[in-house]
Write a protein of this length. Structure first.
Length: 361
């Protein structure tokens, strides 16, 4: 192992520097706060870098001429041995984590709330031999900070004309959210946008009526689309509109036929890109998450709308989805009322709910 010191204003930034330079395999050997001559407190960490990685990074910047095949072979062999050593050390570190009662307690707490073990392990490994891992509240705050850093929010930008399509599993609240968005863009912002609703949802009895009902109340134009050709023609004819909201049929992640149809719409040859929002209920089941992402990601997802915030107090599964797939969030639906129960997505709201759930322990 090779040691190197990194200095930054806080532990996390110092660790980040080390990771940027040497990758995720570095581990913190020690950490301390030091007062510098300018009166500022800084965090000094000493990281251990596996020899193999240190060599690799150093050699990356060097030109090595005339290295013989034998020498290269020996070097590769040594690297292989180091790799095995490294894996053993990694396992050892995991054991260290497992045996500490604080990490165990915090890990169980977050896992019970839905956060993936692999995600937590990655963080715990980076904290071995630091004070953070020895203090429960420090460790919990560190995890919240990490979550906050990974979550992404999509800014509401009106680069009009704009086509916004909502896709998602059945009954998650796509049509209700479309109605809320229509009201927001047409009436509730400083500027009024010219909005039209399109409905690709022709599979379900009552689906067209539902959206038409909202459209009539809001006096917003509403059009049903029958085919990809029709879609193309209608978009061409609707050029003077600022925002075109497209509702789609709810799809079970296993309904291949509907997927193929929707992919055709998303990829149709039109002038403007479609901004595809996956609508996901905050009550999503852990077992369904992966299938939902795998299947819907074929639709070039741009962002996520989370609905039914009011129907659960447990947000870990949802948060886990965000941490794993890292799509930006655009809006939150927090109830059935049109148009009131809609928020522009913000991390604080989601984190506050998650922290509330954790603190109920
Ligand atoms: N509690 C709660 N209910 C909601 C929310 N958003 C929508 N709903 C309700 O969920 C039900 C289904 O809403 P829809 O908007 O029809 O859902 P959808 O995704 O369009 O459904 P399909 O088109 O059948 O796939 C309705 O009863 C809505 O009032 C929400 O944020 N909270
Ligand atoms: Mg619908």
């Amino acid at each position: 192992m090779i040691s190197e010191t990194f200095v930054a204003s806080n532990l996390k930034s110092a660790y980040k520097q080390a990771v940027q330079k040497y990758g995720n395999e570095v581990s913190i050997a020690s950490a301390k706060q030091v007062e510098y001559d300018d009166g500022q407190l800084r965090c000094e960490i000493v990281v251990s870098i596996p020899k193999e990685i240190f060599m690799e990074k150093s050699f990356d910047e060097l030109e090595i001429d005339g290295i013989s095949n034998n020498e290269a072979g020996a070097l590769l062999e040594e690297i292989d041995e180091l790799k095995i050593e490294l894996e053993q050390m990694r396992d050892g570190l995991l054991e260290v984590n497992e045996s500490s009662s604080i990490t165990k307690e915090v890990k169980t707490l977050f896992m019970e709330k839905g956060i993936a073990e692999s995600w937590l392990d990655k963080i715990f490994i980076s904290l071995v031999n630091t004070e953070v891992i020895e203090d429960k509240s420090l460790l919990v705050s560190y995890l919240f900070e990490e979550i906050d850093e990974v979550l992404k929010v999509k800014k509401e930008i009106f680069d009009i004309p704009k086509i916004i399509m909502l896709v998602g599993p059945t009954g998650v609240g796509k049509s209700t959210t479309i109605a809320k968005l229509a009201a927001r863009y047409a009436y509730l912002l400083e500027k009024s946008y010219k909005v039209v609703l399109l409905n690709l949802d022709s599979y379900k009895v009552g689906a067209i009526e539902q959206l038409a009902h909202y459209a009539d109340i809001m006096q917003i134009e509403h059009i049903s689309i029958s085919s990809v050709n029709d879609f193309r023609e209608k978009l061409e004819a609707l050029k003077e509109y600022d925002i075109i909201l497209v509702d789609t049929a709810g799809m079970s992640p296993y309904d291949t036929q509907k997927f193929i149809k929707t992919v055709e719409f998303v990829n149709s040859d039109i002038q403007k890109d479609i901004e595809v929002n996956l609508v996901l209920s905050a009550t999503v089941k852990y077992e369904d998450m992966e299938d939902i992402y795998k299947n819907f990601s074929f639709l070039n997802l741009n962002s996520i709308i989370i609905t039914k915030f009011d129907e659960t107090r447990h947000f870990g599964t949802l948060l886990n989805f965000m941490l794993l797939y890292n799509l930006p969030m655009s809006y939150f639906s927090i109830g059935q009322e049109v148009p009131d129960d809609l928020l522009v997505a913000n991390k604080e709201y989601l984190l506050e709910h998650f922290i509330g759930d954790i603190n109920e322990e």
